[in-house]
Design a protein. Structure first.
Length: 431
């Protein structure tokens, strides 16, 4: 596909994505236009009808063709009494037509506004009906200006209403270029046909049709400018939103990197100690025992020497996942050193923590990574320390004592060998 074809398809796809938003915005503007024009049309009807009561036109029924034929050809001679009567007749019938057109327009706009409100409460019918109502409302506006311009030919040659209508429709509504081209094309055809019903002067008819073509072209150009501006605004807004989401994602990622261990995704040492202090502060207010379990893996150096760093990292990751899955949602896990983890157990007695440590040791011992020559299995030992709630010493000092007691118990567990659990003496210091 050529570069021009790809660009055209891209522009078309972009317009279609924005069309849904444009449709909703056009309907919203149609509702406001209805609220404005219906009272004005009724006011115009009342004003024209009051003026009409002072004139008693002769003649029968009202049709565009009959009234167009009733108007005499323009002459350059002096006015006669018959011509004056004809002019009064044209004026009276023009008022009748204006009243009729404004009444029809007011009723039509009121119906469109009511249907727009109805479609908002019908999700299944919303999109299809909304597109129909958009075309109906915009088409009605142009038909109204065509009717007024045609009626005005009975008393003059102005097509100002049609010109203003074309420009306002292009300026007030968001029209896709394809739809705008079709709409203004049909509007010109209807205008050219309707004008022929009321304008009997051939030269003036041709001039007005040319002016109408210019009005449609001007309205189309205005609609293109408005649409291009709207597309640019929506595109920039979408890009800005995308950048904002990317920035938020990057910020969240950086925040996670600041508190998470990059390999195992558990808390790092700094954040884990912060979690311990936070829990001790809670226990200081509400009471309850808090336990800390240290997990130290052994045999990782031999695994690394035999199978490499990648296998060692897989073992560490497997151990971290096992610890997370074996704990409660309120418990926390952190990586303290290259070979050790810490487990924070809120509202847990030292005996419950010891039982949990033994169970986790058995689970860690069952981890095996199949290798071409044997299997990689980690060993571990654990230590448990406890801190009662409502201690009199400051929380930072409680944290230090809790961690130091766990490390001391871990040293004792190392002496006992793989699979041992060391238990620190209960921390009963209250002051």
């Amino acid at each position: 596909m050529s570069g021009a074809g790809v660009k055209w398809r891209s522009v078309w796809a972009r317009n279609e994505r924005i069309a849904v938003q444009a449709l909703l915005e056009n309907l919203r503007r149609l509702v406001w236009l209805t609220a404005l024009l219906v009272p004005l049309s009724l006011l115009h009807v009342a004003s024209s009808w009051n003026d009409h009561t002072s004139v008693s036109p002769a003649g029968g029924g009202l049709t565009l063709r009959s009234l167009g034929q009733a108007r005499p050809a323009l002459s350059s001679g002096p006015s006669t009494g018959a011509e004056a009567d004809t002019a009064r007749l044209d004026g009276a019938r023009w008022r009748e037509a204006v009243v009729l057109v404004h009444l029809v327009m007011a009723a039509n706009l009121a119906l469109v506004g009511a249907l727009i409100g109805w479609t908002r409460r019908q999700p299944r019918l919303r999109r299809g009906w909304q597109e129909v109502l958009e075309i109906w409302g915009l088409g009605s506006a142009l038909v109204f200006t065509i009717a007024v311009a045609s009626i005005d030919q009975w008393i003059g040659t102005s097509i100002t209403s049609f010109l203003i209508g074309c420009v306002l429709v292009g300026a007030l509504f968001l029209l896709r270029p394809q739809r705008a081209a079709v709409m203004y094309g049909l509007a010109f055809l209807g205008y050219a046909w309707a004008l022929g019903l009321t304008q009997v002067d051939t030269a003036q008819l041709t001039s007005n049709r040319v002016d109408g073509l210019i009005a449609c072209g001007l309205g189309f150009v205005v609609s293109l400018m408005i649409w291009r501006k709207h597309v640019l605004k929506e595109t920039l807004a979408a890009e800005l939103q995308s950048c904002r989401l990317q920035l938020q994602a990057r910020t969240t990622e950086m925040q996670q990197q600041a508190v998470r261990d990059p390999l195992t995704q558990v808390w790092n040492r700094v954040e884990m100690l912060r979690q311990v202090q936070r829990e001790l502060m809670r226990a200081q207010r509400q009471g309850g025992e808090t336990c800390l379990v240290l997990v130290e893996l052994d045999g990782l150096r031999s695994v690394q020497e035999r199978w490499g760093v990648a296998v060692t990292e897989r073992l560490l990751t497997a151990v971290a996942h096992l610890l997370i899955e074996g704990l409660r949602a309120t418990d926390e896990v952190g990586r303290m050193t290259h070979e050790s983890f810490a487990i924070l157990l809120p509202q847990t007695t030292q005996e419950e923590a010891r039982v949990l440590a033994e169970r986790l040791l058995l689970a860690i011992g069952r981890i095996k990574l199949a290798m071409p020559e044997g299997s990689a299995t980690p060993g571990a030992c654990m230590a448990v320390s406890a801190q009662p709630g409502r201690a009199l010493v400051p929380v930072p000092q409680q944290c230090e004592r809790l961690y130091a007691a766990a490390e001391q118990a871990l040293g004792q567990a190392r002496l006992q060998g793989r699979g041992a659990v060391g238990v620190a003496p209960p921390n009963t210091v209250q002051g």
